[in-house]
Design a binder for this molecule. Sequence first.
Ligand code: PEP
Length: 256
Amino acid sequence: MRRPIIAGNWKMHLTLSEALALAAEVRNRCGRFRQADVVVAPVGLHVHPVAARLEGSTIAVAAQNCHAAAKGAFTGELSPAQIRDAGAAYVIIGHSERRQFFGETDEGVGKKGRAAIDHGLVPILCIGETLAEREAGRMLEVVTRQLDAALAPLTPEEVADVVIAYEPVWAIGTGRTATPAQAQEVHAAIRRRVAEKTSPAIAERVRIQYGGSVKPDNIATLMAEPDIDGALVGGASLEANSFVQIVTGALGAESN
Ligand code: PEP
């Protein structure tokens, strides 16, 4: 049984006081759920204060990006060591917005994952195809290429602990969610590829989140698919009610 993991990506939203208030509400309303991992990803500047607000709770913090170097002359960047030191347990890498707007490459994402693990962070590795790639029938080719590059620098045991987020780019922030069957098709392909690259036992352990317009009313059907182990949530994580409903929806009857 894989432990569900629901993460809220707050992107470049929220003032510090808004972030702290949202973190406190998530803590108060999700802190009792022991059967899933709940993670929030504030902007880098807020990782430390949000982590401090969540200290002693079951809610973990992720950064939204990291640099691959441990330290150095990289103005404006955050190292994995600094992110870990600030209280985060996870770091999102390879988000499609970083690939699209900041020129991140498959190889660069692989280096970030390696560095994150070296500094005690769990990478949440985002992969996913654009609409044009899907329509050209290249969906699995693209996802496999992104996955292979990110996993190449890791040992099989390290791969087991990576969280993979399948996020079709056409579903992010568009209100157009992949159907459970569309998501399951790719999740199953990702798990098969992980098995080929490591072993079937490792692939069974890897958690694969779906991301792309996840909302309270679609989480349960997505989670009912055998290879969907959680969600990476953007817009709907910015409001406590919808995020908490997604967490409870992901847990189903167990949360009542
Ligand atoms: C995301 O940015 O990772 C995401 C899935 O966003 P949204 O839920 O808003 O589509």
